[in-house]
Design a protein around this ligand. Structure first.
Ligand SMILES: [Zn+2]
Length: 100
């Protein structure tokens, strides 16, 4: 795993929770089915901070920029991965705002 993932998990490491949270940079050989993070029926068995990619950070920034500026992108003009990411974020955003 990259140094970037290790850097993102600095709070996990400093608090001694990196093994318990199954941070991906540790590259633990034994995996667990035990959730380390959960919210509204969605969970992960690996520390979510350690698996955020530069692409996913870009899509989250793009999504929230669109929300802040009240802009809409034409999905047909986007590449498939970006369109899929924005649709996924919109779906999760709507679930979250409905449960707020
Ligand atoms: Zn972590």
């Amino acid at each position: 795993m990259s140094r970037q993932a290790e850097w993102k998990c600095d709070p996990c490491r400093r608090t001694g929770l990196d093994v318990k949270r199954n941070c991906s940079w540790l590259d633990l050989k034994e995996t667990t089915d035990k959730p380390v993070w959960a919210r509204n029926g969605v969970y992960t068995t690996v520390c979510p901070k350690s698996i955020v990619s530069p692409d996913s950070e870009h899509w989250i920034h793009l999504f929230y920029s669109m929300k802040l500026l009240n802009q809409h992108l034409d999905l047909l003009t986007l590449d498939a991965r970006t369109a899929d990411a924005l649709m996924t974020l919109e779906t999760e955003y709507r679930k979250e705002t409905l449960h707020a």
